[in-house]
Design a protein around this ligand. Structure first.
Ligand code: SF4
Ligand code: SF4
Ligand code: F3S
Length: 366
């Protein structure tokens, strides 16, 4: 298998095809400190793309309550167990990715390109199982800032991976990655429903449709991206936790958050697909849990987030401030400004929102 560079692992790794990065790469940052689990993103996606017969169980965007929830059920826990030890040496991953772990003993009958499994029907039945179920008293007695009881919402969409396991696994070569924006799509006219994509995707984002005998997945709202608009799930987010951008453009605020401020981290980077949805980890969650989920950058990311400088505060204010794609930004005095592809201003917002104090004679106290 060819060797490709995976920057999230700080090393080369095996992949089915040669490295072929797109001109622009679809990416987003989700701030988990802000997600309120309202599922507006989920319904925005559903009412746009998956409202037809055969798509009932499809939730291309889902929000699961961690640590217990998951859609399909146990998607991550099962794969983590199959993968075994996942050691990091500093920023270098020394364990195996899903592509490297496909030794014969763990292969499925048909000889998978990646370690994986096909979820059962039951696993798809309860999209929001364990909603709001927190982890109870922690016997290790961890103290603040990690709470005794904790939980958080994890919104998930397809990661439009740089090295998609779904694409690598399809025997029909029905899955392709667009050069112009890195969006990964399933060609419905080529797909024959083999479901190798479902088996190989570590995030379990391709979903089978019985009425067409093909698989479907998040299409990255490509018609909106082509018009300079953020995706539906990002544009509708009530908590303003999401920011869209092209990660390989150094002027993009998403590039800044991931590569400069280093506050946003990939989800399970050890799987090896180089996912392109990045998360600002929640501050109150035990660090060992977060480190398994987001890799070794957790402590510096939380430190950077909690001691945010003016530039970072400004970029954080751009989250959910417009439905246009922000290609570049600047800090202008006490305001953060976002620009479109042509450098035209599309949004301007105060870095520190003004505090309005209710006059003493208007206090609502009897
Ligand atoms: Fe493919 Fe899964 Fe990556 Fe999406 S998250 S591109 S479905 S491997
Ligand atoms: Fe759905 Fe579009 Fe979000 Fe994908 S990007 S989860 S298709 S709303
Ligand atoms: Fe290929 Fe997945 Fe269809 S493996 S044939 S894209 S169901």
């Amino acid at each position: 298998m060819p060797q490709v560079k995976n920057w999230q692992l700080n090393r080369e790794m095996e992949y089915a095809y040669q490295e072929n990065r797109p001109q622009r790469q679809f990416a987003a940052v989700f701030n988990l400190n802000r997600c309120i689990g309202c599922q507006t993103c989920t319904m925005a996606c559903k009412s746009t793309w998956t409202f037809s017969p055969g798509q009932e169980y499809m939730w291309w965007n889902n929000v699961e309550s961690k640590p217990y929830g998951g859609f399909p059920f146990g998607w991550d826990v099962k794969l983590l167990e199959m993968l075994g030890e996942q050691p990091w040496n500093g920023s270098t991953y020394e364990g195996k990715t899903v592509f490297e772990a496909r030794e014969p003993a763990k292969q499925t009958a048909s000889g998978m390109i990646a370690l994986g499994f096909l979820p059962g029907d039951e696993d798809w039945r309860h999209p929001n199982i364990y909603e709001d179920t927190s982890k109870g008293h922690n016997p290790k007695g961890e103290s603040l800032p990690e709470h005794q009881n904790w939980g958080f919402y994890l919104p998930r969409i397809c990661n439009h991976c740089t090295y998609p396991a779904c694409l690598a696994a399809c025997p029909r070569k029905a899955i392709y990655k667009r050069q112009e924006d890195g969006i990964v799509l399933i060609d419905q006219s080529r797909c024959r429903g083999y479901r190798k994509c479902m088996e190989a995707c570590p995030y379990k984002k391709p979903m089978y449709r019985g009425t067409t005998a093909t698989s479907e997945k998040c299409v990255g709202c490509y018609p909106r991206i082509e018009q300079g608009q953020a995706t539906r799930c990002i544009a509708t987010c009530i908590g303003k936790i999401r920011l869209f951008g092209f990660i390989n453009d150094p002027a993009s605020p998403v590039h800044y958050l991931v590569h400069k401020a280093k506050v946003a981290l990939p989800l399970y980077p050890q799987f090896g697909t180089e996912p392109n949805i990045y998360y600002i980890p929640p501050r109150w969650v035990p660090r060992d849990y977060l480190a398994q989920m987001f890799g070794p950058g957790v402590e510096p990311a939380i430190a950077s987030y909690t001691q945010a400088d003016k530039e970072l505060l400004g970029v954080l204010q751009l989250f959910g401030a417009t439905d246009r794609i922000i290609h570049s930004y600047k800090i202008d005095g006490e305001e953060a400004v976002g620009m479109d592809e042509k450098g035209v201003e599309v949004v301007r917002t105060a870095i520190n929102e003004k505090v309005q104090v209710r006059p003493a004679d208007r206090h609502n106290i009897t």
